[in-house]
Design a protein around this ligand. Structure first.
Ligand code: G3P
Length: 226
């Protein structure tokens, strides 16, 4: 399972890249609004930090297929061919997906709440299909189950599309999908850090150091022993 950062703040992205094994960045219009700067300035800075071949996902804004296609062309022209254009999985979106994938533009189908939306997007040639796990949970349904169903539908129909699960609020949601072998999860920086934020882990590591320093002296490590 790829682990992708769902955020556009460059400082947070740099921090997560420094410490964790991540595979790219997803954004959406709300995430860009939270940064509060010119969208293409923010996205260009991200692209230049992660490199031209890394995955960057950027969403269209137009609501009709013609406008979505124009948005997609502009996104790829400004941010490079490794940019996945996120398109909402609605009728106008399917129309745009079919045209864009025919041109060889990478598409991530987004705003997915039901397995059938994801199935239709996959048939339109989308590389990824992005169910919103936590938002589905909040509606009283089971977001993890929707993501698993999508994964099964793709495999049993011989579709190459992978699940890129989004909207996570806790480690358990991610763990279940990781165990299931879905293609990718995109996760906000604080939730990524939450994967290992655990007092038992911190205490275990601290205890090892304390025991070692008790043996050979404070500040001693394996590289500065006499
Ligand atoms: O792109 C979709 C994803 O970012 C939604 O996450 O946390 O707004 O539900 P959230």
């Amino acid at each position: 399972m790829k682990l992708i950062i769902d955020d556009a703040h460059i400082d947070l992205i740099k921090h997560i890249y420094e410490f964790y094994p991540v595979d790219g960045i997803t954004t959406n219009p709300s995430i860009l609004a939270k940064v509060g700067k010119s969208p293409y300035d923010v996205l260009t800075e991200i692209r230049s930090f992660i490199g031209e071949k890394a995955e960057l996902h950027v969403q269209v804004i137009a609501k009709d297929a013609k406008g979505m296609i124009e948005d997609a062309h502009c996104i790829v022209e400004k941010l490079g061919k490794a940019t996945y254009v996120k398109i909402p999985s609605v009728p106008e979106g399917f129309k745009a997906m079919k045209a864009l994938t025919k041109e060889g533009i990478l598409v991530t189908a987004t705003a997915i709440y039901t397995p059938m939306q994801g199935f239709l997007a996959a048939k339109c040639g989308a590389s990824y299909s992005a169910p919103y796990v936590n938002r589905i949970d909040n509606m009283g349904y089971n977001g993890v189950q929707v993501a698993k169903s999508l994964h099964d539908i793709f495999k049993s129909n011989g579709l190459k599309t992978e699940v890129l699960a989004a909207s996570f609020k806790n480690s358990q949601q991610i763990l279940e999908l990781c165990q299931y072998g879905i293609g990718a999860a995109t996760v906000a920086p604080d939730v990524i850090e939450g994967l290992v934020k655990n007092q038992a882990i911190t205490s275990a590591v601290d205890d090892f150091v304390k025991d070692f320093e008790g043996l050979v002296g404070k500040g001693k490590t394996m590289s500065n022993l006499q």
